[in-house]
Ligand binder design. Sequence first.
Ligand code: GDP
Length: 391
Amino acid sequence: MKLAMIGFGQAGGKIVDKFLEYDERTGSNIVRSAVAVNTAKADLMGLERVPEENRVLIGQARVKGHGVGADNELGAEIAEEDIDEIQGAVDNIPVHEVDAFMIVAGLGGGTGSGGSPVLAKHLKRIYTEPVYGLGVLPGSDEGGIYTLNAARSFQTFVREVDNLLVFDNDAWRKTGESVESGYEQINDEIVTRFGILFGAGEVESHGEVAESVVDSSEIINTLASGGVSTVGYAAEEVEAQSSNGLLSKITGEGEDSMDSANTTNRITSLVRKAALGRLTLPCEITGAERALLVLSGPPRHLNRKGIERGRKWLEEQTGSMEVRGGDYPVSDSGFVASVILLSGVHNVPRIKELQQVAIEAQDNIDEIRAESEEHLEQLVEDDDDELDPLF
Ligand code: GDP
């Protein structure tokens, strides 16, 4: 599936950069065009792969290239004011060649958190292609303001996109790691999952013995449930096939029934692991409206029976009537991976918890503001009001 990716804010830009690296490394061709938008000049300059002409600095009149300092209301205002500048970069995208737009942003900050929903609304008004969001939730250790930003942005962003795919930093952070190296790893995890998912719809048949390749329309139809989505992933190493097929001869891998049974079992077990393991947004999978199962790996390790069983199992687990499935053949891969997209999930305790913490943070902020006005008043005014200010 070909995407026009727009990274909004620092996290968004970095993640889009990573997708470009993934494309280079794997030859996936998911990112047809990449744009980065920011209010901070330094963040835009730090990107490696987004073409320079597609990096848009907005809000120069307001913040002089220094960013909005986690003020997402300001981020939203600036995006509205400078929407024409963003559109200028979007105009470079050959939209007839893309299947969808994808706006990527960290929801806890200011620029991406506030600007993404504004851009989504704008794109939806102008284009007929679907507009998806990839929203990153902050870690719970980041503090009240980030949680409040994320909760407010989440509410707004979901309404403006065709589907919001969510990644929760909190579920993925490791203790004792520097924030930067932590993000490096987390961004790899993000790109692996979404890379396989969106790469699946981009397979051209090079004579691969694919049994039922996932088409980009199946990804689009799964996401058409709207609402919020999460992605599961599990992988297992298999021996890679050498380019001349020698290995398969040596190991005797063939189409005999034993191998086929092993393949089927491996696939069903990978499907379970992906659905029941750590999701990009942890949630209850029961009640997901739609699902898509993608099995990637060397074609001889994929089979229709395994995918069919996995698909049936997912139907039972989710209660959904719309579970699609297919494969994504990658001949030279040393892994078989299962990626599951659960679309239209409803039972997400993490979001309820985020909202609760956000409400508390909002109350505290209001209280502290009121108090500090009072304290300043007490400090500045002399006790018996004997002094007069100059004017
Ligand atoms: P903005 O530039 O004002 O939009 O804000 P940032 O993108 O810097 O930060 C927003 C949030 O994104 C932070 O609160 C973090 O939770 C998260 N974040 C920042 N950088 C990264 C990153 O490289 N990867 C991931 N996964 N999250 C990040």
